[in-house]
Design a protein around this ligand. Structure first.
Ligand code: PGA
Length: 249
C-alpha cells in the first residue's frame, strides 16, 4: 500500500502564494510514490482545485462547521468545502482543541456532518507532555477516540484517517520516537478493536504527525502500524517537501 502524506499548511499562503506553491507541486510531484493530500486555507481551495485538476493530488480543509447551513456568521459548511475542492477535512487538531477550545463532543458532530456531506476526515488525537509524563497517554487517546467516533457505523471508518499527533511534538522540533509511535498506533488500533471490530482495527489508516522533517521521516513513516505522515512546517517549502514526497516508497 502506498503511504499517505498529508500537508497541513495551517494559516499560511494567500491565493497568489498558493498559486505558486500548487503549480510547483503539480509540476514536480511523482504520484506513483505516495497518496498526497494538501490542506491549504479555505481561500486557496478553489485555485488549488483548478491547478491540481489533472494530478493525483487531493485537497483537504483544516476545519468545518458542525452545522450544515444557516446563521453561523464566519463559519464554513462541509458542502461549501466539498464544492470548493476539498475531499478531506482535518478535525481535532490540537490547535483547534487548545486554542479554540473544541471539545470531543463538537469534534464528533463535525465528523458526522463531514461524512454526511462526503468529506473524509483526518482525525487528530494525541496527549500533552504532562499527560505523557504522568503515564496518561493511553487514557487520553482512548477517551478522544471513543468520544470523537461515538455513534459512527463501522463502514464509515473507511472515510476516517487517524493521525497520532502528540501535542508536545507539534511545531517543537521534538518528534516522537519510533517506540512512542508504535505504541500509540497499537493503542489506537486496540481502541478501534474494542469499539468496532478486529477487521476495522486492521483496516483503519493510522498516520503520525509532529515535527516530521527531512531527517526523520524515513524512520517515522515506516514504523509498524503506521500508514503515513502529517507534515506541518516542513510542507510549506515545496523544494524540501517534494524531496521527501518523491523519495517515499
Ligand atoms: P509540524 O506540524 O510538522 O510543524 O510539527 C504538524 C501538525 O500540526 O499537524
Amino acid at each position: 500500500m502506498k503511504k499517505i502524506v498529508i500537508a497541513n499548511l495551517k494559516m499560511n499562503q494567500n491565493i497568489d502564494e498558493s498559486k505558486t506553491y500548487f503549480t510547483k507541486m503539480v509540476a514536480n510531484f511523482n504520484g506513483d510514490k505516495c497518496d498526497l493530500i494538501i490542506c491549504p486555507p479555505y481561500t486557496s481551495l478553489s485555485i488549488a482545485k483548478f491547478i491540481t485538476q489533472n494530478s493525483s493530488i487531493r485537497l483537504g480543509a483544516q476545519n468545518v462547521c458542525d452545522e450544515e447551513f444557516g446563521a453561523y456568521t464566519g463559519e464554513i459548511s462541509a458542502q461549501m468545502l466539498k464544492k470548493a475542492g476539498a475531499d478531506y477535512v482535518i478535525l481535532g487538531h490540537s490547535d483547534r482543541r487548545n486554542k479554540f477550545k473544541e471539545s470531543d463532543k463538537l469534534i464528533n458532530k463535525k465528523i458526522k456532518t463531514s461524512l454526511k456531506n462526503g468529506l473524509k476526515c483526518i482525525l487528530c488525537v494525541g496527549e500533552s507532555l504532562a499527560d505523557k509524563n504522568t503515564g496518561k497517554t493511553y487514557d487520553v487517546i482512548r477517551k478522544q477516540l471513543e468520544e470523537d467516533l461515538r455513534g459512527l457505523y463501522e463502514n464509515e471508518l473507511e472515510s476516517v484517517i487517524i493521525a497520532y499527533e502528540p501535542i508536545w511534538a507539534i511545531g517543537t522540533g521534538n518528534n516522537a520516537s519510533v517506540k512512542d509511535i508504535e505504541n500509540s498506533a497499537k493503542l489506537i488500533r486496540k481502541v478501534i478493536f474494542d469499539n468496532f471490530s478486529e477487521k476495522a482495527s486492521r483496516d483503519i489508516q493510522v498516520i503520525y504527525g509532529g515535527s516530521l522533517n527531512q531527517k526523520n521521516y524515513q524512520a517515522l513513516l515506516y514504523c509498524t502500524g503506521i500508514d503515513g505522515g502529517l507534515f506541518g512546517a516542513c510542507s510549506l517549502d515545496p523544494k524540501v517537501f517534494l524531496e521527501i514526497l518523491n523519495s517515499v516508497k
